[in-house]
Design a protein around this ligand. Structure first.
Ligand SMILES: [Zn+2]
Length: 415
C-alpha cells in the first residue's frame, strides 16, 4: 500500500446523494488529498481500497455541502432593525452603523460558525471593503468575500474603482487555498453609474468576478424609474436616479450583467422582458426568499428564471434581514414558496449555487475529481420525498458533520 493511499478515508452513509446521479443506499466516497477519488456502493469502494479507514454513518445521509450564494456575515441576531418597507429598514441599519463597528467581527465569527454547523461548505459573503474576510478565512469553509465599496466615501469614480481594486488585490495576499476576494458593486442606489461601469470593465479585464444587489425592493424600482421614494430620501437629491428604466435594464446599461456577475435578490419588478435580458447576458442569480419576505420585497420569479436557463443559487442574506444562516432552511422555504420538489430544492442549495458562482468544476456535487465538500445529515426515512426529507432534517438542526476539502470542520458524531 502506498503512503498516499494510507492517507485516504472512505466516508459512507445509509444514503448518499451525489445530486449529479441518483441516490445510493449504503453509498460511499473515497477521499484523498481533499478530493473525491471515487463514488459508489460502500461494498465496492471498500473492496477496491482494502485497508482504507472507513467512517460509516448508517442512519445518516451524505449530501454535497450547502453553497451559500449570497450572505452577509457581519450582522447579529439580537437587534435587527424592524422589517420592511425596505427603505425604512435600510435607514435604521444606516443609523446603527457607528455602534455596529464594535461588534461586527464577533458577529461575523458567530455567523460563520452557524453556517458551518448547518452544513455550509462554500460561502459567498459581501461586506464593506471585505471586512468579514478574516472570519470567513478562519471558519474552515471555502468561499469568496465580495468587497463592497461606496464611491462617495472615496472620491471620483475612477479613484473609487482603483481603490477597491487595490484593496481586493491586498486582501488576496496570504489567503487559504480556497478562500478568495472579489469586488461587489453594492447596489444601483449606493454606487453611481460611472463607478458601476468602470468596476464592471476593470474586473472583467482582469478575469475577476462581481456581486451586485439588484431589483430587490419596490423602492429601488421607483428610485430608478423616477428618482423618488424612500431610497431617494435616504441618499438625498442624487443625480443618477430617475433614469426611467427597470433595475435590470439599468444594470445592463452600465455593463454589470455578465456571466461572471451574481445578482442577489431579483425579487421585485422583474418582468418577462427582464428575464430575457438576464438570460441573454448570462448573469447568475442568488435567491434570498426569507429576506425578501421580511423586507416586503415580493417574490422572485425563480421558476421562470430557471426555465429561461438562468443559473440560480440560494442565499441566506444576513441576520438583520433573515432568521438564520442555515441555507438548507432557506431552501426549504423556497421549496414551499414555489411548489418545487425536494430534489429541485436540494439541487438549488448545492449544484445550483456552485453553478451560479462559477465554481461547479470543484464543488456542488459528489463526483470524482471534485473537492470532498459535504454534509452528514441525520435523516428519518418516512418521507415520500427523500430529498425534501434531507432539507427538513438539515433545516431543523440535523446536520451532524460538515466536511470541506476532506477536513471535518464540524463534527458532533463523536467519531
Ligand atoms: Zn445582501
Amino acid at each position: 500500500m502506498s503512503e498516499s493511499r494510507a492517507e485516504s478515508v472512505i466516508f459512507a452513509a445509509g444514503t448518499l446523494m451525489p445530486i449529479s446521479s441518483p441516490p445510493l443506499q449504503d453509498g460511499a466516497v473515497i477521499v484523498r488529498e481533499g478530493r473525491i477519488e471515487a463514488v459508489g456502493d460502500l461494498a465496492d469502494v471498500g473492496r477496491e481500497n482494502p485497508g482504507t479507514d472507513v467512517r460509516f454513518f448508517p442512519n445518516y445521509t451524505i449530501v454535497p455541502g450547502a453553497v451559500n450564494a449570497h450572505a452577509h456575515l457581519g450582522f447579529r441576531r439580537k437587534d435587527a432593525p424592524e422589517g420592511g418597507p425596505f427603505s425604512e429598514w435600510l435607514g435604521a441599519l444606516i443609523e446603527r452603523l457607528p455602534e455596529k463597528e464594535a461588534w461586527t467581527a464577533e458577529a461575523a465569527g458567530d455567523s460563520a460558525r452557524e453556517a458551518v454547523e448547518a452544513g455550509t461548505t462554500y460561502m459567498a459573503e459581501s461586506s464593506p471593503y471585505g471586512e468579514c474576510l478574516p472570519q470567513l478565512a478562519e471558519s474552515g469553509m471555502a468561499g469568496t468575500v465580495y468587497a463592497e465599496f461606496f464611491p462617495h466615501e472615496i472620491g471620483t469614480p475612477k479613484e473609487a474603482v482603483e481603490y477597491i481594486v487595490a484593496k481586493v488585490s491586498d486582501l488576496r495576499e496570504g489567503l487559504p487555498e480556497r478562500v478568495d476576494a472579489q469586488v461587489s458593486v453594492h447596489s444601483p442606489y449606493t454606487v453611481d453609474p460611472e463607478s458601476s461601469r468602470l468596476a464592471a470593465r476593470r474586473t472583467r479585464e482582469m478575469g475577476w468576478k462581481l456581486a451586485i444587489h439588484l431589483s430587490e425592493s419596490p423602492e429601488e424600482v421607483e428610485f430608478l424609474k423616477s428618482g423618488t421614494g424612500g431610497l431617494a430620501d435616504i441618499f438625498g437629491s442624487n443625480e443618477w436616479g430617475g433614469v426611467g428604466v427597470s433595475p435590470v435594464r439599468y444594470a445592463q446599461s452600465v455593463e454589470l450583467l455578465a456571466p461572471q456577475t451574481i445578482a442577489a435578490h431579483l425579487a421585485t419588478g422583474v418582468s418577462e422582458e427582464n428575464i430575457e435580458v438576464l438570460a441573454n447576458t448570462g448573469v447568475a442569480a442568488a435567491h434570498c426568499p426569507r429576506s425578501n419576505a421580511y423586507l416586503r420585497c415580493g417574490v422572485s420569479p425563480v421558476p421562470a428564471m430557471i426555465a429561461s436557463g438562468i443559473r440560480v443559487g440560494m442565499g441566506t442574506d444576513g441576520l438583520w434581514s433573515s432568521p438564520s444562516l442555515n441555507l438548507f432552511e432557506e431552501t426549504l422555504f423556497a421549496v414551499e414558496l414555489h411548489g418545487m420538489s425536494g430534489a429541485a430544492g436540494l439541487e438549488l442549495a448545492t449544484l445550483g449555487g456552485a453553478r451560479a458562482l462559477g465554481i461547479e468544476a470543484g464543488t456542488g456535487t459528489l463526483d470524482a475529481g471534485k473537492w470532498a465538500d459535504f454534509a452528514v445529515v441525520e435523516t428519518s426515512w418516512e418521507s415520500r420525498d427523500p430529498e425534501r426529507g434531507v432539507l427538513e432534517a438539515a433545516a431543523g438542526g440535523g446536520v451532524a458533520a460538515t466536511v470541506v476539502g476532506g477536513d471535518m470542520i464540524y463534527n458532533r458524531l463523536g467519531t
